[in-house]
Design a protein around this ligand. Structure first.
Ligand SMILES: [Fe+2]
Ligand SMILES: [Fe+2]
Length: 423
């Protein structure tokens, strides 16, 4: 055994057993205090929590204080549930893509059950969404990346809904992070209204399931109206204005026959409403939105702008996101937009770019705190695949982004470009 060099310190700081015991005991006390403060708010300890989180208790009456206790506990629950969700198993891209395909298949079958009014279809879909959240949560970047290649001709609606669900979930998880940061920020004084606003944009696991459920059924009327049509036929049929106008309320009426959370149905009805009242069918503003409407409306708009459909020309995801955040911004919830831009970056994960060095790749993941994603170059500008691709950071010279590439550009360069997602 090699001898320890005399000048190297042995990494045990406390020299005596007593000192060590005291240190351990102090750590346990700290952990307990943290837990008591964080996860178990009561009217008795509200004072010390408020001090720590800069909550203005003096501005609150008795009822508001009781409400504050409830909010603190539920936000803490969501924080723990989100941490647990994000630390779930990491899957490789190919098996994850497979699972997403299977999910789309299950959803397509469940639609049949819902359309014929079977309550058990609701249960099956809830279970499916719960499994979907367990996969997509810890594999968020990969899910955003792969949502674009889930393409099954017969399952147009299921694919559309799966895409909307992936974007909704990524947005809600990021909102959870934003809201807990806001709550913990000692520089920001919180009154009851701000606490309620934080709660409104925090999602427990149960609420994530409800949001996912709403995403999967939001356009279900199209399935009822056109059960056997293929992709292109559905697109043409949907383009008929009367169907566009009716589909949100028809989908709502279809889902209303089931025993389920009213807020989920309300989000289905409201998914084309806009925060400024410029949406449809009722032109309501966000004051009347359900808890899930703002995210669902944003996710649906983003997917509509970035995937082939009869309503709008196709945009590169960066262009679509910028458009929603600028020309369309009065129609959408600011926090939801910012949350998705954080989760997907401004070159949303899965979108393609041409780099300065002439290689072409897709944005594959984000580094915490960065606006630009890591790019995975997979082919040359001739369309020839790169043998052993390795990730680059587009913030540095030589690998900066030169051009955003749309699906049309990519088809012209290499018609099989989509298969390179799995490289
Ligand atoms: Fe819709
Ligand atoms: Fe939709």
């Amino acid at each position: 055994m090699p001898e320890m060099p005399p000048d190297q310190e042995v990494p045990i700081a406390p020299s005596s057993k007593e000192a060590m015991d005291a240190l351990i005991s102090k750590r346990i006390d700290e952990a307990f205090t943290r837990n008591a403060l964080a996860s178990n708010a009561t009217l008795d300890n509200l004072g010390s929590i408020s001090e720590q989180k800069n909550i203005n208790l003096d501005s609150m009456d008795r009822h508001e204080r009781a409400d504050a206790v409830k909010i603190l506990n539920i936000v803490e629950q969501a924080r723990l549930e989100t941490e647990r969700l994000l630390s779930g198993p990491q899957l490789d891209k190919a098996p994850l893509a497979n699972r997403l395909q299977q999910r789309a298949g299950t959803v397509d079958t469940v639609y049949g059950g819902l359309i014929s009014g079977r309550q058990e279809a609701v249960k099956i879909l809830e279970t499916m969404v719960s499994g979907f959240i367990d996969e997509a949560g810890p594999n968020q970047d990969a899910s955003l990346l792969l949502k674009d290649i889930i393409s099954q001709e017969q399952r147009f609606l299921a694919n559309h809904c799966l895409n909307v669900a992936v974007v909704s979930l990524a947005t809600a998880i990021e909102l959870n992070k934003m809201m807990t940061r806001k709550l913990d920020d000692p520089g920001l004084q919180k009154d009851i209204n701000l606490l309620r606003a934080i709660r409104l944009k925090t999602f427990t696991r149960e609420e994530l399931i409800k949001l996912g459920f709403a995403a999967f059924v939001h356009d279900i009327y199209y399935k009822k109206a056109f059960p056997h049509l293929k992709h292109t036929d559905v697109l043409n049929a949907i383009a008929d204005r009367s169907n566009i106008e009716r589909h949100a309320s028809e989908s709502y009426h279809l889902m209303r026959q089931f025993e389920m959370d009213y807020h989920v149905n309300k989000a289905v009805l409201q998914h084309h409403e806009r925060t400024d009242g410029s949406g449809s069918p009722d032109g309501i503003t966000d004051r009347l939105f359900s808890k899930y409407t703002a995210i669902l409306a944003f996710a649906d708009r983003y997917i509509t702008l970035t995937q082939p459909n009869p309503f709008s020309p196709l945009f590169h995801p960066t262009v679509a996101l910028k458009r929603i955040m600028t020309t369309e911004k009065t129609g959408f919830d600011l926090d939801a937009m910012v949350a998705f831009a954080h989760a997907g970056t401004m070159v949303p994960i899965g979108s393609w770019v041409l780099l300065e060095d002439g290689t072409i790749g897709y944005s594959s993941r984000r580094e915490e705190g960065q606006n630009l994603p890591i790019i995975h170059p997979v082919m040359r500008s001739s369309g020839e695949p790169i043998e052993t691709p390795s990730d680059v950071d587009p913030r540095y010279d030589g690998s900066r982004i030169r051009q955003l590439l749309t699906a049309g550009d990519l088809m012209a360069i290499n018609p099989k470009y989509a298969s390179l997602y799995l490289v």
